[in-house]
Write a new protein. Structure first.
Length: 284
């Protein structure tokens, strides 16, 4: 079975559009997301453009604050302080990575936790840890919504997460634990990765390594979530998108898998919108 993230994203975005309308009726304004983009990184510009388009689609008003690559730490901090005070802004997103020389963590930490739709602040990460989540990191939150949509049983199942980053692997493991999975976390220092992934009823692969795992890494009828996304050049000069999993090997072997593209990717932006709206509703 293909776990169609595009479809799940569409269903949720339709619901979000209705909730945005209801929010507007109640509050007299639209939920507001501010995106701070520092520098000219082309990939970041595309991500920001996509986020703003997605906001428009569901009825979230967005503002973009562009700062030059030479902006100082203090200048970005000033921008965050102003947006923290702005009553029309419910979510503030600092697009990462920042240009060289700038430190991201002290800046993301300045974002008011009740305006942090990426769930990156320590307050929001801590809340997830103690089981009282506010905004949850968008990619793992999106993975949970795909599993929920397709009614993949989680309780008592063994979930294996490959990757332990702050934005994907760690919150992913926490969410699966909260759903009563038995969770194993693997990372670049784990020995014999495949012996660990083979244990998984559900395996979430977020290693950032193109086509790292194939058929020998998964047990029969596992559910595979491929978070990785990489653009590879082909011999004929064109490019293709691949994940962390060699999906072509898994046909007829695993029970379900997210495709790349069209799996986890579309859910990440959707959950950013959902987090922003949740924060807006909490601001009423
Ligand atoms: P990251 O580089 O911060 O973390 C990668 C993690 O994988 C690390 O914890 C590392 O220990 C582990 N790892 C690396 N090589 C490994 C190996 N050989 N065996 C086991 N573990 C290994 O990356 P990230 O930000 O967590 O993102 C992971 C991947 O997901 C990337 O490909 C990224 O592009 C993708 N991603 C996709 C979306 C989306 O919306 N689809 C969102 C976020 C990240």
């Amino acid at each position: 079975m293909i776990l169609d993230g595009k479809l799940v994203a569409k269903v949720r975005r339709d619901q979000l559009a209705q909730r945005c309308e209801a929010f507007k009726k109640k509050s007299g304004r639209r939920p507001g997301l501010a995106v701070i983009l520092v520098g000219e990184d082309p990939a970041s510009q595309v991500y920001v453009r996509n986020k703003i388009a997605a906001c428009n689609e569901v009825g979230i008003s967005s503002v973009e604050r562009r700062l030059s690559a030479s902006a100082t730490q203090e200048k970005i901090a000033d921008e965050i302080r102003a947006l923290n005070e702005d009553k029309n802004i419910d979510g503030i997103l600092l697009q990462l990575p920042l240009p060289k020389g700038l430190k991201a963590e002290p800046l993301t930490e300045m974002i008011r936790p009740d305006k942090d739709p990426d769930g990156l602040t320590m307050d929001n990460l801590g809340r997830l840890f103690v089981g009282r989540p506010r905004a949850i990191s968008c990619t793992p939150f999106g993975v949970m919504k795909i599993l929920e949509h397709y009614q993949i049983p989680l309780e008592g199942r063994h979930a294996v997460v490959v990757g332990r980053s702050q934005i994907v692997g760690k919150p992913m493991a926490q969410l699966l634990l909260a759903a009563n999975c038995t969770v194993t976390i693997c990372h670049s220092k784990s020995h014999d990765l495949e012996s660990l992934t083979l244990l998984g009823d559900i395996v979430v692969v977020a290693a950032g390594r193109p086509e790292l795992l194939g058929k020998s890494a998964f047990k029969k009828d596992a559910v595979v979530i491929d978070v990785g996304i990489h653009r590879l050049s082909k011999d004929d000069g064109t490019t293709k998108l691949v994940g962390d999993v060699r999906a072509q090997e898994l046909d007829g072997w695993v029970k379900a898998i997210t495709p790349v593209p069209g799996g986890v990717g579309p859910m990440t932006i959707t959950m950013l919108l959902e987090n922003t709206l949740n924060l807006a509703e909490a601001h009423l």
